[in-house]
Every structure is written in C-alpha cells, then in structure tokens.
Design a protein around this ligand. Structure first.
Ligand code: ZN
Ligand code: ZN
Length: 348
C-alpha cells in the first residue's frame, strides 16, 4: 500500500481490521506489519492457518504464550532494520499505545494521518464488483420480502425475513444492523425494529445491506402497505426528486458539499428543510461508513472510483418518514447506481 513512501528503516503497523483486510485479505485477529522488504501478520495460534489461506503473500508470526503482539512485532521489525513505526491514531486506544511503548522500546512511534483510508477511497474494479454483488443480493432480498409485507407483520419479523433472505442469497454477513421503521416510527432515521405491527396505510422504511467479499452494500427503500395519507405521499415525491436530482449530479471533480446542497435545497424549497437533519451520503466499502461524506461541511473534491451513497430523507415526528438510498460509483461525468431496485412509490 503505502510502502513506496516508506523510508528503509520505517514500518507501518496496522491494527484496524478493515485496513488489515485491505492490504492482506486476512479477516482474523492480530496486527499487520509493512516495511520495505516485509509483509507480515502477527497473530496467535488460533489464526495461523487462516493467515496462510487468506493472505498467502504475508509471512505469519505466532506469539508465544504470554507474549504480546507488540513484543513479537518488535523482534520481527528489529530483524529487518526498522527503527520507526507508524500506527493508526484513530484505532489505537491510549491503553494500547501505552502497551506499544512498553513492548516496543527503542522504536520511534508516530501516528499515521489516515493514509490507509486515503488509499481506500478509490475502489479498484474488483472492489466495485464485490459491492455490486452485495447490492444485487440486497435488491433480490427486498424483492423476495415484498409479497410478505402485510398488515399485522411486526418490524422484528420483517427484519428477520430480510436478513434471512440476504444470507440465503449469498451474503456472507450483514453490512450493518437492519433498520425497519413502520408508520410513525419512520420519523426516527435510525429506528431499531421493534414489536410494532404494520397497519394499513403505513409507510415502512427499510435500510439494509448485505456484505460480499468483505464489502458492504447500503440501500434504503420506503414502501407503503395500502394507500398512504396525502402528506406522506407528497413527502415521498419530494425525497424521490431530491435523491434522483442529486444522484444525477454526482460525478468526479465537484466538491462533496455541492451535491449535498442540491438535495438539501430541493427539500428546503418544499418547506421540509428542518426535517432533513443528516448528511446526504457517505462513502462505503469494507466499512459501512467511509470518507468522504456528502455533507454540508465536506469540501473534498469527488474522484473517479469512489463509491457514495445518496440518501436524502424527511422525518416528521408524529407522522412518519421517508428515505431513499442508493450506493453509487462516481465516474468522470456521471455516476452509476449499484442498487437497481425501483424507486417509484410502491403501494403493496
Ligand atoms: Zn443505509
Ligand atoms: Zn447509508
């Protein structure tokens, strides 16, 4: 990864599972070491074979009973002439940093400035293929669920049904905890599915995603069970317009906050500005939430190959809510959505 920029006596020590997976393909516990002539995973007995299977290009070093990962890392790095170690400041706790200092005496320890995450922003074609597959699985799971969305079914049942479908269709795990918000619960952007049963005329917000090949899908659809009320229908139309217009404008070379503004202006123009209190979207990859963000404050210039969700919403306490979300890949002059499920209001 960053090895080209390293001094001969410098190493990177990775603790963050998503960064370790990115450089090596390994998903177990332990730390990764990268230096000029070294790619290594330091782990314990339980994972040694897993490293050789998942990360064949990496040497594996197994700690002895009572030995810390840092102590073994110090031995390995010293043998490679390393004197300076860079670590992830946003991952290593104060307690772990104290341990690192204690078990790696003589090394100069300095914090990385998010360089691994910077590299991860631009997805390789193989990474996009995994996210596309994760989105396909998620869309199929929704299609299978829809005939069973009826009055009397609880949010918990819907959640279980949707998650079972994602796993049955080849999702290796869930990208995050599924959100199911029915009727008035829809005003909670991150509602936890509960015992409430769907009633005729409810809108139901479903925010979910499968994981495939280590990569996350993220999508939201809001559907109606029976004819919804006039205001909810109107809100749906506004959110749909905001989502489509912002997604159509998403392309490389523009600042992230300019895309957020497009959706925010549409919603505010209809008088619902104060009911859209979160950012328009976020990047997605190995982690469900990655940088950059489509938010009023993010001025990063968008780049080709960055994946981005576009997810405006309107949440009215006491009434309900609507959110529509696609995961997209940014191209030179346009973006492509990896979520192919229809967005028009579906009345079941
Ligand atoms: Zn989502
Ligand atoms: Zn999202």
């Amino acid at each position: 990864m960053e090895k080209a920029g390293l001094q001969p006596d410098e190493a990177i020590l990775l603790s963050k599972p998503s960064n370790i997976f990115y450089v090596s393909g390994y998903t177990g516990e332990g730390i990764a070491l990268l230096a000029g002539d070294l790619c290594a995973i330091v782990t314990d007995f339980r994972y040694t074979e897993q490293v050789t299977r998942q990360a064949p290009g990496f040497e594996v070093f197994e700690i002895k009973t009572g030995q810390s990962h840092f102590a073994l890392a110090a031995e390995v790095l010293a043998a490679h002439g390393v004197k300076a170690v860079r670590f992830e400041a946003d991952e290593v706790t104060v307690a772990r940093f104290d341990k690192m200092k204690q078990d790696m005496p003589g090394f100069t320890l300095t914090a990385l400035k998010g360089e691994p995450e910077q590299v991860r922003r631009i997805k390789e074609p193989e990474e996009i293929a995994c996210i596309r597959k994760a989105c396909d699985i998620s869309c199929k799971a929704l299609a299978n669920l829809l005939p069973r969305l009826k009055p009397g079914v609880s949010e918990t049942d819907i959640r279980l049904d949707l998650e079972f479908e994602m796993l049955r269709l080849g999702g290796e795990s869930l990208a995050f905890n599924t959100i199911v918000a029915s009727g008035p619960n829809g005003s909670l952007p991150h509602a936890i599915p509960g015992s409430r049963k769907v009633e005729l005329g409810d809108m139901i917000t479903l925010d979910f995603g499968a994981k495939f090949g280590g990569y996350c899908a993220d999508m939201t659809r809001t559907v109606a069970v029976g004819e919804p009320g006039a205001e909810m229908k109107k809100i749906y139309g506004i959110v749909l317009k905001a989502q489509q217009t912002a997604q159509d404008a998403l392309h490389a070379g523009v600042p992230a906050n300019s895309i957020d503004k497009i959706a925010r202006d549409i919603i505010a123009g209809e008088g619902y500005g104060k009911y859209f209190g979160h950012g328009l979207g976020h990047s997605v990859g190995i982690d469900i939430h990655e940088d950059p963000r489509l938010s009023p404050t993010c001025q990063d210039i968008l780049t080709v190959g960055t994946t981005m969700t576009v997810e405006p919403g309107i949440y009215v306490p006491g009434l309900g809510g609507v959110r529509i979300e696609n995961t997209c890949v940014i191209g030179e002059t346009a973006s492509e959505t990896l979520v192919t499920a229809p967005k028009e209001l579906l009345i079941l």
